[in-house]
Design a protein around this ligand. Structure first.
Ligand code: M6R
Length: 609
């Protein structure tokens, strides 16, 4: 997640921009940039470097400025190099824009603009915005922005300035936050509250689809139809650390709640609007290469390994290719049977995990093609791989991985569909049925988040228990492993996942009166088998929390507590049930008084063996 700051007032705008941007450094970023009007001439300075480095550079330059925009970027489209940093300008250099979000149809818009003679300098999706405004401008910046955004699909929080109107800042919001700060004779704009708190505590929260125009004596907000909106001033009394967490008590909860937006961004730009094709522009594998692999090996650690287990099910079912999933820490010492016809997929949120990197090197030595799925642009694993798909989840601060996992899962779904298409194992109509369900996932997750209170209550009921079992079959077993890991690391509770059918082969001996068992029941075709395993637990006195897709009499009758996910097709079960398990682990951690975001003995990036 990148960060935006804007300023119009009587102070030195550039100092305000840097001060605001520094409060957003916790987001993580790789580039920084500012644009301001120096005596009505637009100047843009940007760098793939730290804020302090750009600040030093500007300290050695003469300028005078009372209006400007600033941005820190965590790379998604385009690597972290100077030219890809924001602000972006048009061909004339008269407009500059900073943008958070993803422009889904940027390729199409860019081609159209290039055909009209526009010249692009960066690899970013955001640059199209500056060129669209250039085309639309007829003397009114706000009108130009509204017109420019008409053909744009995607998400944005953006702020625009222009030499043509040197006393005006305009902004727009769709699925990405933007906030106006109200000072004495000065105004601020920011993507996040912490950037406003050094200057003011009175703000307007801009709502979906609204536009803002700031001039020296006025803030005008209009809705998407152009009607004025009367905003109420909100007085912020949060301290900075609460503001950094977006008002949530912990980063883990904030990151759980970010999942719908992250998945929406990914789905919008990686599924064709027709729904029958997948766009993974990041990888250069040709259809012939995709058809030529004899098997896939997925290797990763921890939560990323669990995403690989779901990926195996999907790739084997949809693309009919054999897939092995292996813990990277084992793979590296096993002299695995690999040859150049094997595609090796390494999954790593951080892109720096030492075991995963070593497994990658082992595979490379054996001549395999390497595809990395990571969240961090230019991390070591991305540099060592032949192909990279980014998960675009934004920086994950809590040690317990949540949003990075669901983003990894979504990439596995899209990759499996791409392979199915190229290998001819699914028709475009069959793919469209799946993508249409995937597009509903963000909304379904929002429904789960609305019911989080019931998960808090269930956690309250079990928070004194020190041993948990997680059961599932098929895809549910893979998610059970992730649920158990989440509970272990956040709540210091012993939790083990079992394929439900394995229970009778040993673990059932551990089920006695009151032992809690979380049973995942999202796989329709395996439901009866799962319920019969749950009955075995109940007979021994176990206490069962069932997680079902919609209402299920079978689950309701057998379990002590039931958490109902929205009614959805079984194949999206992992993307939904895991959110319930994340919230359960979160509330268990809170109830047990653990350090939610920084569990003992763990680090975010495991760079030692
Ligand atoms: O950065 P990576 O995805 O390579 O990290 C792998 C594991 O260390 C990581 O997923 C770990 O299991 C998390 N703490 C789980 O929440």
């Amino acid at each position: 997640m990148s960060g935006i700051v804007g300023y119009l007032g009587t102070k030195d705008a550039v100092s305000v921009l840097f001060e605001g941007l520094k409060t957003l450094e916790y987001h993580g970023y790789d580039s920084v940039g500012v644009a301001f009007l120096n005596d009505a001439a637009l100047r843009v300075y940007k760098k793939a470097d730290k804020i302090a480095v750009l600040e030093d550079e500007l300290n050695s330059i003469e300028y005078h400025s009372q209006i400007g925009i600033g941005h820190i970027r965590l790379a998604t489209h385009g690597s972290p190099v100077d030219v890809n940093a924001h602000p972006h300008s048009d061909c004339t250099g008269k407009f500059a824009v900073v943008h958070n979000g993803i422009i889904e149809n940027s390729h199409e818009l860019r081609s159209q603009l290039e055909r009209k003679g526009h010249h692009f300098v960066s690899d970013t999706d955001s640059e199209v915005l500056a060129h669209l405004v250039e085309d639309a401008y007829e003397g009114d910046l706000l009108a130009a922005l509204r017109k420019a955004l008409e053909p744009v699909r995607g998400s944005y929080a953006l702020v625009l300035i222009s030499e043509y109107q040197p006393d005006c800042l305009v902004a727009a919001r769709k699925n990405n936050p933007i906030i106006v700060g109200l000072g004495e004779g000065e105004y601020f704009l920011a993507s996040d509250l912490p950037a406003l708190l050094p200057f003011t505590r009175d703000v307007y929260f801009i709502d979906e689809g609204e536009f803002v125009e700031i001039t020296p004596n006025n803030v005008q907000v209009i809705d998407s139809d152009g009607n004025p909106v009367a905003k109420e001033v909100f007085h912020v009394d949060w301290d900075v650390s609460v503001a950094e967490r977006g008002g949530y008590p912990h980063f883990m909860l904030k990151e759980i709640h970010e999942q719908p937006q992250i998945l929406r961004n990914t789905l919008g730009s990686r599924i064709k609007p027709s729904g029958d094709d997948i766009i993974l522009n990041d990888i250069k594998l040709t259809p012939d290469e995709i058809r030529s692999f004899s098997k896939i090996v997925i290797t990763a650690c921890g939560t990323s390994y669990h995403a690989g287990l779901v990926g195996k099910h999907l790739l084997e079912k949809w693309a009919r290719i054999p897939v092995e999933v292996e813990l990277a820490s084992e793979f590296r010492y096993r002299d695995p049977l690999l040859d150049p016809s094997t595609l090796v997929i390494v999954i790593s949120q951080s892109g720096e995990t030492s075991d995963t990197l070593a497994a990658l090197k082992e595979a490379r030595e054996k001549g395999c093609r390497i595809l990395a799925i990571t969240n961090v642009v230019d991390s070591t694993i991305t540099r060592e791989s032949d192909e990279v798909i980014y998960t675009w989840a934004g920086q994950e601060i809590s040690i317990a991985s949540t949003k990075a996992y669901t983003a990894q899962l979504l990439v596995m779904y899209l990759l499996a569909l791409l392979f199915a298409k190229e290998r001819g194992t699914m028709t475009q109509d069959e793919i469209a049925v799946i993508t249409s369900a995937l597009q509903q996932v963000p909304g379904w997750i929002e429904e789960i988040l609305e019911q989080e209170e019931s998960l808090r209550e269930i956690a309250g009921h079990y928070h004194n228990c020190n041993d948990f079992f997680y059961l599932g079959r098929g895809l549910d077993y893979a998610v059970a492993m992730e649920g158990a890991l989440k509970l272990k690391e956040t709540s210091y509770v012993h939790a083990e996942a079992y394929a439900a059918g394995e229970l009778k082969h040993g673990p059932l001996a551990l089920i006695t009166e009151g032992v809690p068992v979380v049973a995942l029941a999202t796989q329709e075709d395996l439901l009866e088998k799962l319920v019969s395993n749950v009955r075995g637990v109940k007979t021994r006195g176990g206490a069962v929390v069932g997680v079902s897709l919609g209402q299920s009499d079978l689950v309701d009758e057998t379990c002590d507590h039931v958490f109902r996910l929205p009614k959805a097709p079984s194949f999206v079960g992992p993307l939904l049930s895991v959110v319930a398990l994340q919230l359960f682990a979160y509330y268990m951690s809170c109830a047990r008084g653990c350090d939610v975001d920084m569990p003992r003995n763990l680090t975010k990036s495991v760079t030692v063996e």
